[in-house]
Design a protein around this ligand. Structure first.
Ligand SMILES: [Zn+2]
Length: 97
């Protein structure tokens, strides 16, 4: 009697854990599918206005969101350390100033 209850508990725990793992896996796939890894985002130096591709800098969107779009990064043009992350607009000409 007690033994079967124990196994029921173990089975329940196993189902919960595997469910959680599946959820994490799906979340990872979702991130990849929706372009969670950076395309569409640019880095802009707050000192000189120099812009660069966020994906080249290895910035991921999720982290940037939690940091409030203001990140610490190194500007290759002026050597500053304050960069802001911005959504890339369809108007690409504004990036080449
Ligand atoms: Zn700069």
């Amino acid at each position: 009697m007690e033994n079967s209850q124990l196994w029921a508990g173990v089975r329940f725990a196993a189902i919960m854990i595997s469910g959680l793992l599946t959820l994490l896996l799906l979340l990872g796939l979702l991130l990849r599918w929706t372009g969670g890894y950076a395309p569409g985002w640019i880095l802009r130096c707050t000192s000189c206005g120099h812009t660069g591709d966020a994906s080249k800098a290895g910035i991921i969107r999720i982290g940037a969101r939690s940091w409030g779009k203001r990140i610490v990064g190194h500007c290759s043009q002026c050597g500053g350390w304050a960069l802001s992350l911005e959504r890339r607009t369809n108007d690409t000409s504004s990036l080449d100033r």
